[in-house]
Design a protein around this ligand. Structure first.
Ligand code: ZN
Length: 411
């Protein structure tokens, strides 16, 4: 395939690199002046905890270890390995992962309870994410408690975690349905009374749109003094967008999961978030981007949870093309028809042969399958037959079917 990577080099901005070409408007003063990007963004992977809460997903201990090792190899700096209170098996898995000697810091989830922090300590993790609901709807209908009680427990738990050498994060569950004034007050009370390291703002139910979330994080940033993390769910397909908006207003840590696994409709996907941060904000999270496809495949296999064929970044058809006109551009100069090339993320280009194919696709496919054929009239005939069969079968053709047609026409 025509690789004109060298031609793309530019020092104008991050919008154009050998493997990507996004809109330069992202890097215009008009846009950049609206952002308060942090100097660095840390990825906190929740695949092994929130990801396992995906309905129907269960990871064995050995599988969790395998995924943790691969995340570490990818360069993800923080791994939330599980929720030890759930079962002995979960606790043992967290402990084993904490003892792997990964470069990544290992975290686990904890309720606002000293007993949970004790379990975390038994597992030898580096940090705990202590979750407590802050929204009225949770306090009234889920927990039957008051915000004062939550804050009291949070202070007690976080204090205990800090006193025992853990990195302590307070995760406000359902933050986006918590009144902003109350949330700021809760955060400030907790930060004034403990040595908590950071606070996670969650969009637990996709309850805010990206612009609202951007303003929400901006207001919290302005009125608190603690590093912020964002943890967004995907009910309306906005988890990645909201995570980006949180970062846009200074959140230093993004919670993500491989393939977007997670409770209900999932979390912000690791691969989409990391690539979007890199290409659209110019923030490199330091991971090995070329291993994203491979990691996605592993997690699909171990979770038994297949992603959509056209899932961005890691779907098998994320870079598949059928339409003749598009294939023409793709073969001439890939970035003319896509904003980044599959090589960036370890995925591949796939040219499908079917109803929408053109002559260029046929030529490409013949070459790919090692068939030497240049006669235009034969290619036309093959194309005619391909279109006919694709319509009959209501799908693209597989290689064997294509070869069969070629054989018949050339014989
Ligand atoms: Zn979650």
């Amino acid at each position: 395939m025509g690789d004109k990577a060298e031609d793309c080099r530019s020092d104008v901005g991050n919008w154009r690199t050998p493997l990507s070409w996004v809109s330069s408007f992202n890097f215009s003063d008009e846009v950049r002046n609206l952002l308060n990007l942090p100097p660095k963004v840390v990825l906190h992977d929740v695949t092994l905890r929130d990801g396992e809460q995906t309905p129907g997903v269960v990871f064995r201990k050995s599988e969790k270890v395998e995924i943790a090792l691969r995340l570490d190899e990818l360069g993800v700096p923080r791994i939330e390995a599980g929720f030890p209170v759930v079962s002995d098996e979960d606790k043992t898995a967290v402990k084993e992962i904490a003892h792997l000697g990964t470069k990544a810091k290992i975290f686990c989830l904890s309720r606002l309870a000293v007993s949970d922090v004790n379990l975390a300590l038994e597992c030898d993790v580096d940090g705990v994410v202590c979750e407590g609901s802050t929204s009225d709807v949770h306090l009234k209908y889920r927990l039957n408690t008051t915000i004062d009680e939550i804050v009291k427990k949070a202070v007690e738990t976080l204090d205990y975690a800090k006193a025992h050498g853990l990195y302590a994060n307070f995760m406000s569950v359902d933050s986006t349905r918590t009144n902003l004034e109350s949330l700021v007050k809760i955060i400030n009370t907790i930060t004034e009374n403990t040595k908590v390291d950071s606070v996670t703002i969650t969009d637990s139910y996709c309850a805010q749109h990206p612009l609202a979330f951007m303003v929400f994080i901006k207001k919290i940033k302005e009125r608190t003094k603690i590093p912020l993390e964002v943890h967004c769910h995907n009910e309306l397909g906005l988890a990645v967008a909201n995570t980006l908006m949180g970062v846009a207003q200074g959140a230093e840590v993004a919670h993500v999961s491989v393939n977007g696994l997670g409770e209900k409709t999932g979390n912000a996907s690791l691969e989409e978030t990391a690539v979007a941060l890199k290409l659209l904000f110019g923030i490199d999270t330091g991971i090995t981007y070329e291993k994203l496809y491979e990691l996605s495949q592993l997690v699909q296999k171990l979770s038994g949870f297949k992603v959509a064929l056209n899932k961005p970044v890691v779907g098998d058809y994320a870079f598949a093309r059928e339409s003749g006109l598009v294939v023409y551009g793709l073969l001439k100069y890939p970035l003319s028809v896509q904003s980044y090339n599959p090589e960036l993320v370890g995925n591949s280009t796939r040219i499908l042969i079917g109803k929408k194919s053109g002559k260029e696709s046929i030529k490409y496919k013949l070459k790919e399958l090692g068939v030497h054929l240049e006669e235009d009239s034969l290619i036309e005939k093959i194309l005619f037959e391909v279109k006919k069969q694709s319509m009959e079968k209501k799908r693209a053709l597989i290689d064997d079917e294509f070869l069969e047609i070629t054989k018949k026409i050339c014989s």
